[in-house]
Design a protein around this ligand. Sequence first.
Ligand SMILES: Nc1ncnc2c1ncn2[C@@H]1O[C@H](COP(=O)(O)OP(=O)(O)O)[C@@H](O)[C@H]1O
Ligand SMILES: [Mg+2]
Length: 304
Amino acid sequence: MSTLGIPAPVRRWRDAVLPQSRALPAERSAPATLRVRSVTKTFHGAGGLVTALDDVSVEVQPGEFVCLVGPSGCGKSTLLNLIAGLDHPSQGQLMLGGQAIERPGADRVVMFQEPALFPWLNVRDNVAFGLTLSGMRRAQRYARAEQYLELVGLGQFGRAWVHELSGGMKGRVALARALVLDPRVLLMDEPFAALDAQTRDRLLLELQRIWLETGKTIVFVTHNVREAAVLANRVLVFSARPGRIKAEIHIDVPRPRELKSPEMLAAANRISAELESEVTISEEQEMATATARNFASHGLLWRL
Ligand SMILES: Nc1ncnc2c1ncn2[C@@H]1O[C@H](COP(=O)(O)OP(=O)(O)O)[C@@H](O)[C@H]1O
Ligand SMILES: [Mg+2]
């Protein structure tokens, strides 16, 4: 199929999700441990070599909710993309259920910040779309789509069009579309970051409820400590670039958790205590890069 005319977020979703929908649900959903072993990732950027991740090792058990927290540019999305199989590590290895991760697979579904829904399909067809290639019959696809729309609180909206939905509802559809594929691991990259604060808070609590109901393994990237505190069993705090795991914080507050309880505030403060110095370092790095760029362009002007 030509990629001309397909918006980048839709293309990204298509490349990440469609290959995943070919496998049978049973293969996708069997519990499996995710292992990231001594992973380093370097990029050739405009300003030279960038080490995004440096010797990162993580193990995620089936049913865990793990949040990755760190300053902007510390390699969180890079790690998620490596787990998704959208990119390869420069060194180290990633495994799921004893199988090396080498490409996008049926067992890992990614949810990005932009819901990237198909505007020419209604809500139910958006959710059912990923099941098309699994060979499932239409009636069954629709039944599953309805079941997951119910789960995300949109049972009445299957026939609505994407343009009729609020930002929060689009987020719910994107979540249903990911869950309907029944992946072993759900990867979420700041999925609610673009939403207003009230909508985001509601969706956080909804995600907590859905995780409690489904027992999915979730790896969730955020730079928001409150989000991590309410959602995670375990928070991995990343250092400023090159990203390394600086601290591991277990959140043992019973569920369902409330956003404003004193226990949540204390948990968020524990995460902040580890994160703050890294954010400062990251800001200094960005200032230094901007200054160097500024000097370089002035140097160029003087030579002209
Ligand atoms: N494809 C790429 N090419 C060059 N540099 C990249 C690429 N992807 C990420 N980077 C760089 O790697 C670092 C980590 O990026 P990223 O993982 O997106 O950070 P985060 O998600 O934590 O904000 C950044 O410095 C970013 O500019
Ligand atoms: Mg990112």
